[in-house]
Write a protein that binds this ligand. Structure first.
Ligand code: HEM
Length: 412
């Protein structure tokens, strides 16, 4: 009987997730039942700041940092482990040390030409598109995914990126499309592992759709990794830092696995963010006008724009923060962790060891106790000198990149 209840419970949770209504349903559950909601038999959802600190933080003398949940962060389809899905703390630290130089501020500044060139390419492309297939307008979400794909690809693989794309029989953006289609499949696989035996069955008989998405994505990552490893170059792409990192060398399979997730974690999240911000600016003429005024009065031409100067644009940065708050690319996910041995107190309740716990960021960000008018796009809330900036918003509740030992490596 207990197993039946558990299966129904998990089934309902995955129905919420895969229906696309998960974020709203989860938010409603918190409104109805409070800061702790059991969303599946052994999984608790939290929506408060105290939980954010404990579940994702670095840990304390008495309470170690929480490990990632191996049922949520499963191995890739080729059974490889990487910086995102590795749950073992020591192994993850090794990976993070190896990759961290690639994502340092100095390396990003060194690669600024990639950003500028690829952004120019994007501007030229959308400037010239009147409409596709005889329709008015363009699919901007797709274009954002293509520009972030180009940026991530060139930063990752340097000179071999374009060479490899030209060699492939499929069209240039085939991998980008595969990545976008794989995001949904990732969630499907999380549901699959809950049904005993189903994962092994699907491994033996993979459905066409997973072959075209998850498997093809892993193959692309491997092909690009192998092509780049053959190239002798001193260009400081991400691979350069991986190959020159101190400590034991990673195998080609492990490196390809890191690229598998870096291409997804870097390209889709950023494109999703850009799409959300574009939507909200399009619906808020006042904010759009202020942003245009700031950029046009700060820079005499497009060529004068560089990332250091952009950091000083107060309104632009407020738009970015507000965009990440109202449309957080990873905010609807449950980045679940496992409560360590002995259990611990979270949000005023004792939670036993081995419980699956996570914070539903979407609910934190839409809670009027944290942000006034939470469903409205108000960049000014991030600027202390404006009236909206003095309404007591708890800005530190917005953690779009998570934080702690597993916080986003690509944040900068
Ligand atoms: C708006 C853009 C982005 C958002 C909102 C975002 C968000 C996040 C979040 C919430 C996590 C934590 C995931 C977890 O706990 O499992 C994460 C991890 C990560 N992100 Fe991002 N990310 C973004 C862009 C990027 C970019 C551009 C890159 C790469 C260039 C990147 C690379 C990574 C990596 C490697 C990790 C794993 C870190 C670790 O476990 O040590 N992200 N990101």
């Amino acid at each position: 009987m207990l197993t039946l209840y558990a299966t129904i419970g998990v089934g309902y949770w995955y129905y919420a997730l895969l229906s696309g209504r998960g974020p709203w349903m989860n938010h409603d559950w918190h409104k109805k039942y409070g800061p702790i909601v059991r969303i599946a038999p052994n999984h608790l959802s939290f929506n408060d700041h105290h939980a954010q600190k404990i579940i994702y933080g670095f840990g304390t003398e008495n309470l170690p940092s929480m490990e990632k949940d191996p049922r949520f962060f499963t191995p890739e389809v080729d059974h490889s482990m990487n910086i995102i899905n590795e749950c073992d703390k020591e192994e993850h630290s090794r990976m993070r040390r190896m990759l961290s130089f690639a994502f340092s501020m100095s390396n990003l500044i060194r690669n600024e030409d990639v950003l500028i060139r690829r952004t120019d390419e994007f501007l030229n492309a959308i400037g010239g598109i009147e409409g596709e297939n005889g329709e008015r307008g363009i699919n901007i979400v797709q274009k954002f995914n293509y520009v972030t794909f180009n940026i991530m690809g060139e930063m990752s693989f340097g000179d071999s990126w374009e060479m490899r794309l030209k060699e492939q029989p499929e069209h240039r953006y085939h991998w980008a499309d595969v990545i976008v289609n794989s995001t949904y499949m990732n969630d499907v696989m999380r549901a699959v592992v809950c049904v005993p035996g189903l994962f092994s069955f699907l491994e033996r008989f993979p459905p066409t759709h997973s072959r075209k998405t998850l498997y093809r994505h892993a193959e692309y990552a491997t092909e690009h990794t192998e092509a780049r490893l053959k190239l002798q170059t001193d260009r400081r792409d991400f691979m350069y830092y991986i190959l020159h990192a101190k400590g034991p060398a990673a195998t080609p399979k492990e490196i390809a696995s890191h690229y598998n997730v870096i291409m997804m974690a870097g390209a889709v999240t950023t494109a999703t963010f850009l799409s959300g911000v574009m939507y909200y600016l399009g619906h808020n003429r006042q904010a759009l006008g202020r942003l245009q005024d700031e950029l046009r009065s700060t820079f005499p031409s497009i060529e004068a724009i560089d990332s250091k100067c952009l950091l000083n644009c107060v309104y632009l940065n407020a738009v970015v923060e507000e965009g990440l708050r109202i449309y957080p690319p990873a905010g609807a996910a449950h980045l679940s962790r496992i409560v360590p041995k002995g259990g611990c107190e979270i949000s005023g309740s004792f939670i036993p060891e081995s419980t699956r716990v996570s914070v539903h960021s979407w609910s934190v960000l839409r809670d009027p106790a944290n942000f006034h008018a939470p469903s409205q796009f108000i960049p000014e809330r991030w600027i202390k000198t404006t009236p909206e900036g003095q309404k007591g918003d708890k800005l530190d509740r917005s953690l779009p990149f998570s934080y702690g030992p597993r916080g986003c490596l690509g944040r900068k």
